[in-house]
Design a binder for this molecule. Structure first.
Ligand code: FAD
Length: 469
């Protein structure tokens, strides 16, 4: 006999940023919540994504700073790397955050079920434990938040030895001497930058005509120049065909007949939604040809009362987008009529060196959308704080709607590349999302000397007058 399903206000499948944010936010609104997780609460972001990747990038930054200390009159020997220690430090941070998160989930009285969740008719979620046991839960509402896994590419079977994805790179104890990174998107560029700063010989192989395809052209060019200056090889417009392992590494074959010999290959061509284990038979939930769960603008699936959020749906695959969708969905199921997430104004942050951050239209996309624009561009090399910290590469670029007098009106997009760009974007993000004009934002005072003065200068210039620039 099938045991009676335990009843909840909300059952969530997946405990990544989307799932756990929905659980925490829902619990704070007084809902009785079950969260089903087959691996570890925290998901890709905490265990195999954002956090460990940024920790390694910080390790790379420390190496870069120590290597360049002589410029400041600090004489140190050329640093050496014990990547086992770096790996242990990363894991300590991940484990500490995981402990904190599981404690928080418990303290909010969220019931966590360890096992694989699948959805059948009538909002019934079956949980299969690794010991073969099954349990049934029923939610007045259900959220699918099963996330994503790395995409693979024919000819490159992931073996953990010659061919790695982000999952394997983040578990390395020793660094290769050379790598080919297949894919010049955000994650590929982060790994390329990190490896190069740690002394690995890096080749980036990108099928499109430029790396960082979603970024403003001027911004991407700064990253390309920096990568090349640091000894990386960037090949764009190339198709990879396969690879041939040998006694000393592996040889990657390219479509133009050339080859690249490296110790290891990192496949970084994006992530695919992971609906594989959700079953969904007998429900109205639909999955697209590309594997994404179909939703409307409030993340409602075709089955009334069932939502899907995060990397499982075709919206930007970012942890903070998952958070925003989780909050919106909980408000929706509470009947609070939330405003849908504005995907055009999401903040983007790429933590390669130099860092990239942006929100809103690029110059190209604003023009394509039919705007007449004014563009203000200022380089970090003219900024006092950038010179003090010795990081002068990069720029701030602001795109505004053109007023009849030629000055800038509403701010449509803010793009940054350079020191601490990911931390600096806040003001730009607010300006875009508040639909502020250049005149309004120029009124605000920037502290001196700071990197953020460059944003202030760029906005001021849009008003038709300026100080230093
Ligand atoms: P996930 O985090 O993938 O979580 C889904 C969870 O569901 C997993 O724990 C999985 O075990 C579980 N699950 C799946 N199926 C089932 C099932 N049937 N039953 C039970 N449990 C199940 N984003 C950023 O915003 N900033 C960054 O800097 C950033 N850096 C990244 C770096 C790397 C290397 C990678 C790989 C990703 C990065 N991301 C970053 C993306 C970010 O990690 C994802 O967007 C985010 O984790 C998606 O959250 P999610 O909850 O939708 O899915």
């Amino acid at each position: 006999m099938v045991p009676l399903a335990e009843q909840f206000d909300l059952v969530i499948i997946g405990g990544g940023p989307g799932g756990y944010a929905a659980a925490l936010y829902g619990a704070s609104a007084g809902l009785r919540i079950a969260m089903v997780e087959k691996d570890k609460v925290g998901g890709t972001c905490l265990h195999r994504g954002c956090i460990p990747a940024k920790e390694f990038l910080e390790t790379a930054a420390v190496h870069r700073h120590v290597s360049g200390a002589k410029e400041f009159g600090i004489n140190v020997d050329q640093p050496t790397i014990d990547f086992g220690v770096s790996q242990a430090r990363k894991q300590k941070i991940v484990d500490g955050l995981w402990k904190g998160l599981t404690g928080l989930v418990k303290s909010r009285k969220i019931t966590t079920y360890e096992g694989t969740g699948s959805l059948g008719p009538d909002h019934v979620v079956t949980v299969r434990g690794s010991d073969g046991s099954t349990q049934q839960l029923q939610g007045t509402h259900v959220i699918l938040a099963a996330g994503s896994v790395p995409r693979s590419i024919p000819g490159f079977d992931v073996d953990g030895r010659y061919v790695l994805t982000s999952d394997e790179v983040l578990m390395l104890d020793t660094l290769p001497r050379s790598v080919a990174v297949i894919g010049g998107g955000a994650i590929g560029c982060e790994f390329a930058s990190m490896m190069a700063d740690l002394g690995v010989q890096v080749t980036v192989l990108e099928a499109l005509s430029k790396i960082l395809p979603g970024c403003d052209g001027d911004v991407a060019n700064v990253v390309v120049r920096s990568f090349q200056k640091r000894g990386m090889t960037i090949k764009t417009g190339v198709q990879v065909q396969g690879h041939q392992p040998g006694p000393d590494g592996t040889t990657v074959q390219l479509g133009d007949g050339s080859t690249v010999k490296v110790d290891q290959v990192i496949v970084s061509i994006g992530r695919r939604p992971y609906a594989d284990l959700l079953d969904l038979h007998g429900t109205g939930v639909k999955v697209t040809d590309r594997g994404f769960v179909e939703v409307d603008e409030w993340c409602r699936t075709g089955e009334p009362g069932v939502y899907a959020i995060g990397d499982l749906i075709a919206t930007p695959q970012l942890a903070h987008v998952g958070f925003a969708e989780a909050i919106m969905v909980v408000k929706d199921l509470l009947g609070e009529q939330p405003v849908p997430v504005d995907y055009g104004a999401v903040p983007w942050a790429i933590y390669c060196h130099p860092e990239v951050a942006f929100a809103g239209h690029s110059e190209e996309s604003a023009k394509e959308a039919g705007y007449e624009v004014v563009v203000s561009k200022h380089q970090f090399r003219g900024n006092s704080r950038a010179q003090i910290i010795g990081e002068t590469e990069g720029l701030v670029k602001i795109i505004a709607e053109r007023r009849p007098d030629g000055t800038g009106g509403r701010i449509l997009g803010v793009h940054m590349v350079g020191p601490w760009a990911t931390e600096q974007l806040g003001q730009g993000y607010l300006a875009v999302n508040w639909e502020a004009t250049a005149e309004e934002v120029a009124h605000f005072i920037q502290p001196h000397p700071t990197l953020s003065e460059l944003f202030g200068e760029s906005v001021l210039a849009l008003t038709g007058r300026s100080l230093h620039a």
